[in-house]
Design a protein around this ligand. Structure first.
Ligand code: SF4
Length: 361
């Protein structure tokens, strides 16, 4: 059995190796240039389940429009959702906005400094609270996101767990992470663990030969994970209805597209704008414009898009919410669903944003 001293030595060697590696290999990401708790908060929420390349694009625009927590609190939900468009998982944006309003009203616009206080705020979970407190304020508290969980499981040779045992597994992970976190540089240590998971200890093909903590790792490769639930398949169809040559706000002739707002009571993407849904998902080949695969959670949607004339709109589509003919330039600034943005981009009706076009909804 390992003595307390040798255990402590091993932990301090792991910290040193990881932090040295991070110094040399850290990616220059916009949110890493700031210690502003608000900026860290926004980036951490955006990064949940969304690729870094996509977040970089949206983070800059969001921070230009809402540079402070108070400016976010004063913005409308419509503005927030429009800037979030393409990042997907819009519930995150709504919770971020509501939490900003709460902090503006209850804490004079200042985020609390400790992880415990942050966790008590609506919309801030344990992971986000630990990230803000350690990076912005140097609190010695470990972050355990999906990347860190994978690294820890591989270090210890633990299998991933689902179901009843998940809570105990989670506690073990947090205990281990809090033993490992550097007391001198907790923010850098947490970011280094997340960076290692994102770039070296990746879900598939971990780069163990160049891993800075391979000497401490039990598995040196992939660990056992619970089987993934099978993806479901659904087929839907949407209408691309465009009318041309209307005079826009600037007095110029511009094409307009018909968009429909999803009702406020639906659970998925309430209030976002989408292309009208066709009554019949079986679109004849002669009028099929494109087919798009779009994944939302565990469902692969196979989406057929057909062009619809203005006079056919009422007879071919199902009206489920408020509709508007919108100039294309304005549509790009609206809170569109990820699928709608993807379709309009592929149809060359919106400018191409490759990273965003691939984002999950
Ligand atoms: S040695 Fe391999 S499996 Fe272990 S932490 Fe490093 S990259 Fe991950």
């Amino acid at each position: 059995m390992e003595s307390r001293d040798s255990g402590a030595l091993r932990i301090s060697a792991l910290r040193r190796r990881l932090l040295d590696w991070y110094e040399r290999n850290r990616r220059d990401l916009p949110w890493r240039r700031s210690r502003d708790p608000y900026a860290i908060w926004v980036s951490e929420i955006m990064l949940q389940q969304t690729r870094v390349a996509v977040v970089i694009e949206r983070y800059r625009g969001f921070m230009e429009r809402f540079p402070t927590l108070v400016s976010l609190a004063l913005g409308s939900e419509e503005q927030v959702l429009a800037l979030w468009s393409g990042l997907g998982y819009y519930r995150r944006a709504r919770l971020l906005h509501k939490a900003a309003q709460f902090v503006a009203a209850q804490h004079r616009g200042n985020l609390p400094a400790t992880a415990a206080e942050l966790r008590a705020l609506p919309g801030i979970g344990g992971y986000t609270a630990a990230a803000i407190a350690s990076i912005a304020h140097g609190e010695v508290v470990a972050v355990v996101d999906g990347n860190v969980e994978r690294v820890l499981c591989r270090l210890e040779g633990w299998s991933g767990v689902k179901g009843r045992a998940a809570a105990a597994h989670r506690r073990s992970l947090e205990e281990l992470a809090n033993r490992l976190v550097s007391p001198d540089r907790p923010g850098d240590f947490n970011q280094a663990m997340m960076e290692l998971g994102a770039t070296v200890c990746t879900p598939r093909n971990p780069q163990c030969l160049v891993c800075p903590i391979a000497a401490h790792c039990t598995t040196r490769g992939e660990h056992k994970t619970p089987p993934r639930p099978a993806m479901l398949s659904r087929e839907v169809a949407h209408a691309l209805a465009i009318r041309s040559g209307r005079r826009g706000r600037a007095g110029k002739h511009e094409d307009q597209i018909l968009l429909e707002r999803r009702p406020a009571h639906v659970t998925v993407m309430p209030g976002l704008w989408q292309l009208p849904v066709l009554q019949d998902a079986a679109v004849p080949e002669s009028v099929l414009r494109m087919t798009v695969r779009h994944a939302i959670m565990q469902v692969n949607y196979y989406v057929r898009i057909r062009t619809v004339e203005e006079k056919e709109v009422d007879s071919l589509t199902e009206k489920a919410g408020q509709r508007r003919w919108v100039p294309l330039a304005e549509a790009g600034q609206m809170a569109l669903t990820g699928l709608t943005r993807k379709v309009l981009t592929r149809a060359h009706l919106l400018p191409v944003e490759p990273a965003i076009a691939q984002a999950a909804d």
